[in-house]
Design a protein around this ligand. Sequence first.
Ligand code: KG4
Ligand code: ZN
Length: 344
Amino acid sequence: MQQTQKDITILAIESSCDETAAAVVKNGREILSNIIASQIDLHTLYGGVVPEIASRKHIEKINQVIDQAVIQAGMTLQDVDAIAVTYGPGLVGALLVGVSTAKALAFALDKPLVGVHHIEGHICANYLQYPDLEPPFLCLVVSGGHSHLVIVKDYGEYEVIGRTRDDAAGEAFDKVARAIGLGYPGGPKIDRLVAQEGNPDAIAFPRASVGGSVYDFSFSGLKSAVLNYLNECKMKGVEVNRADVAASFQKAVTDVLVSHGIRGAKEYGFHKLALAGGVASNTALRKAMREACEKEGIEFYYPAPILCTDNAAMIGAAGYYEYVKGVRSGWDLNAVPNLKLGER
Ligand code: KG4
Ligand code: ZN
């Protein structure tokens, strides 16, 4: 895409789940600031995200993170060209905090407002990591709420060719981690435990395939298989090796993600494959996908871990491309908890 002459800076706001985040991004590619106030410690007490607590915490933190983002970027609020905000999908109360704040700021400052799809943000994290990356490419988006295989046809143009039929990949990580007593959030804890110990071939967990699209995912059967295994061990009085369970589960997830990604890239003729979303920071997934891509001659892209999990810089990147296309949101912009990719 031809870049406009003048630099365009976007103030971006993200509050769809349990991170209150604000960032300033230049020309969709350069991070000037990226402030994230995580609520993880708070939700850990309850074993998962409590929506009402998340909304209240967002309200407490949002002005602070916006101030910090603007100061760290060396700017004032008046200097930004537009305000981008995640308006879905996500927790409705949490989204509303970001959306209302962005609308109030845009109105008061007389700046354009751009509503951004959260998953589009995850995909665009790759543009921040790789300033020369251009569409088209294939992107595997794996987060706590979503598992999508997406063709990125152009900036802002997406075709979802595979999606989860039940649990998202991150959700499966979180549920299995809870079952083996690792606590929340499960993904990073399983990742760390397996990196230290654990045999991925110790237990034969299923690699589910589903009817319909060959690119669809299903992780709830795998989660049930882990729970059944744990129950069986308990009934037989056999001691559970948590690291082996975690490693075998993680291998079952990554095998499916890698095989779907590579199959999609080959069948659709893509030479570029990108990862996105919280689970994309998983060490074993990154390693397995890198090796598979190398074998197939596919270029592999993956954002730094801080850009994989929820952040506002990715919303700034996505917001930039929507902004230069002329997309503007009205004062009626609302939170849309189940917003589909490609919908407005
Ligand atoms: O993208 P994200 O921050 O939020 C959503 O949009 O859902 O993803 C959070 C998810 C959680 O389920 C978390 O357990 C998982 O990403 N996650 C990981 C890792 N880091 C975060 N899963 C596996 N390995 C990791 N290292
Ligand atoms: Zn996310």
